[in-house]
Design a protein around this ligand. Structure first.
Ligand code: SF4
Ligand code: SF4
Ligand code: SF4
Ligand code: SF4
Ligand code: FES
Length: 369
């Protein structure tokens, strides 16, 4: 329930005690540019883009780290804010491939379009996996950066492609530390951290080892929070639609959206409102579902052994055969093995069938194998 009232850009806004100024503004559909903020991570205050003016407060506080208070009067845009925000964004862009960001034609260029600007392919948004799904593009458009006043540092940075599921391309990293905080706060592993200082600052592992040689569990929680194309999955196919479902890999029951294109699963993302996982997934759920569902060896129809060979059969045929054969056995002559990939409900029905109908307690499932 709303228990405080503040004024943002002259508008009265209700908020809950404990919210930040940014959260209060977002709840009221008031846009404040952000890059280091992420809803389920602790406030960080790194990018300096969410600057606001607050009456009776000195300077330009960051909305993402300032608690909202009753009676607060907040302004999200002014000459002073615009000037400092612009400078903060320029500093971020000095180490970013930003030829497309500065280009007046950017909105007309899609993948494989011919660019006549003679800029390096690696410097273009159109070759970036985040193109048109990039928070930096949105912020640059909002702030309106057209020409950097600071010289760019174009030294190439390391790419870590050692993880089988996703790549870290530090050339596009904006040092927002969302990935680092996700690994520390969400996954509680702390495989990655911000290391070095100044232009040398980067996301790295202990001892600068490739990710594959660390304790990284490949959950991808870092990757999904990256606001740009610096961490991206190796198999990227943008889906045509998404289907909400529950992960079948284990009994935790994480809610997920399956991205689908041409009848195949192309990707998975967690459901933020999912009561069990709050959007989080482990390596199996995030990267393993598409492989087994799309795998050519996956059984999609029952098989009946005839003359020593398995042959495809209809469910009616298969069930008739099971009923006919099982009828010959009694009680503990029968054992039932179910699947950990089935739902809890299906497994419940299976053990009920075993105990109440077949009369046996010989019930187990494949996860013990
Ligand atoms: S991360 Fe965003 S701004 Fe940077 S190259 Fe990719 S699409 Fe462009
Ligand atoms: S994949 Fe998971 S464990 Fe590995 S660095 Fe990212 S958040 Fe940490
Ligand atoms: S890799 Fe992505 S999430 Fe991590 S610091 Fe760089 S931009 Fe931020
Ligand atoms: S995502 Fe991982 S933890 Fe969640 S249900 Fe699937 S296998 Fe279990
Ligand atoms: S979003 Fe507030 S400082 Fe980055």
């Amino acid at each position: 329930m709303s228990d405080i009232t503040l004024t943002i850009n002259g508008r009265e806004v209700k908020a809950n005690r404990g919210m930040t100024v940014l959260e209060a503004a977002q709840a009221a559909d008031i846009y404040i540019p952000t890059l280091c903020h992420y809803p389920d991570l602790e406030p960080y205050g790194g990018c300096r883009l969410c600057l606001v003016e607050i009456e009776k407060m000195r300077g330009l506080p960051t909305a993402c780290t300032t608690p909202a208070a009753d009676g607060m009067v907040v302004t999200t845009g002014s000459a002073a804010i615009d000037s400092v925000r612009h400078a903060s964004l320029e500093l971020i862009l000095t180490t970013h491939p930003c030829d497309c960001l500065e280009c007046h034609r950017r909105h007309r260029c899609g993948p494989y379009d011919v660019c006549l600007r003679h800029v390096a392919v690696t410097d273009r948004c159109v070759t970036c996996p985040a193109n048109e799904d990039c928070e930096l593009q949105q912020v640059v458009d909002y702030v309106g950066v057209h020409k950097l006043r600071i010289p760019r540092d174009t030294r190439p940075r390391e790419i870590d492609a050692s993880n089988p599921f996703f790549t870290i391309d530090r050339n596009r990293c904006i040092l927002c530390a969302r990935c680092v905080r996700a690994c520390q706060e969400i996954t509680c592993i702390g495989t990655i951290d911000m290391s070095y200082r100044g232009y040398a600052m980067k996301v790295s592992t202990f001892g600068d080892l490739p990710l594959i040689e660390t304790d990284c569990g490949s959950c991808g929680e870092c990757m999904v929070r990256c606001p740009v194309g610096a961490m991206f999955p190796k198999d990227i196919i943008r889906p045509e639609r998404e289907v909400r479902t529950v992960c079948t890999y284990c009994g935790v029951g994480c809610s997920m959206y399956l991205g689908v294109k041409d009848g195949k699963i192309t990707g998975v993302r967690g459901v933020r409102e999912g009561p069990v996982n709050h959007g989080r997934l482990c390596v199996k759920g995030r990267f393993g579902i598409a492989e087994f569902v799309n795998h050519p060896d996956r059984l999609t129809t029952p098989l009946i052994r005839k003359n020593g060979r398995f042959e495809e059969a209809s469910w009616e045929e298969a069930l008739d055969l099971v009923v006919a054969r099982l009828g010959k056995y009694r009680g503990d002559e029968v054992a039932v093995i179910s699947s950990a990939k089935s739902t809890n409900e299906d497994n419940y029905v299976m053990q009920k069938l075993a105990r109440a109908v077949l009369g046996t307690n010989n019930v187990d499932h494949c996860a013990r194998l």
